[in-house]
Design a protein. Structure first.
Length: 202
């Protein structure tokens, strides 16, 4: 399970802030949460872009990070493999659930993963630059990412990555993101509730 940490939210009361920002359109400057919720539709969803969140995501696979970064309007900083000069401590790769529950498959998988990491370390010790040595690392290898995203993109991410056909790892990740954001404040809890409810419409 990845670890998600909320590094920053632009506003602790996102709905109140959005309500105050869009109020100018009709001559109001109060922080109406109801006004913000009324904007939550296709024609006025741009209003959700006024609030952003920055997250630290630890322990996802390289494959999952690529799926995550397909959200082109979010901003990402990913741990560079070029500067990973040491063999990872503990389990440095993600094990898919279907493999984890299959004894024979798991044994083969772990043997292959460990061989890849051992080869990576061997290449480094032979003087190969990390940027070249990392080509032998599997897509299951763990990485860390910082991500900044607005609420509109967060809703889109949740909708697309929790549908029935979603890949299991990124689905687990976005559900974890929603869970951690819901703890920030009462209004963030409401935002997360709205995101979840609206995802059911699709």
């Amino acid at each position: 399970m990845p670890k998600v940490t909320v590094l920053n939210v632009s506003h602790e009361k996102p709905l109140s802030f959005i309500g105050s920002v869009v109020g100018i359109n009709i001559g109001y400057n109060d922080d109406s949460k109801e006004r913000a919720l009324c904007c939550w539709n296709d024609s006025n969803a741009y209003a959700l872009e006024h609030v952003t969140v920055t997250l630290r995501i630890n322990g996802i696979s390289l494959a999952c990070s690529q799926l995550l970064m397909r959200n082109s309007t979010a901003y990402f900083v990913q741990e560079s493999q070029r500067y990973k000069k040491n063999k990872p401590d503990g389990c440095g790769y993600v094990v898919p659930p279907e493999i984890a529950c299959n004894g024979e498959a798991l044994e083969k998988y772990l043997t292959h993963m460990n061989a890849c990491i051992d080869l990576y370390q061997s290449l480094l010790e032979s003087g190969v630059m990390p940027g070249d040595a990392h080509y032998v690392l599997p897509e299951a290898y763990k990485t860390n990412v910082n991500m900044t995203m607005n609420i509109r993109e967060l809703e889109k991410l949740y909708k697309t990555r929790t549908e029935r056909s979603a890949q299991w790892e990124i689905e687990d990740l976005v559900r974890k993101i929603k869970l951690e954001l819901s703890k920030v404040s009462d209004e963030w809890f409401k935002v997360c509730y709205e995101i979840k409810q609206r995802a059911k419409e699709y």
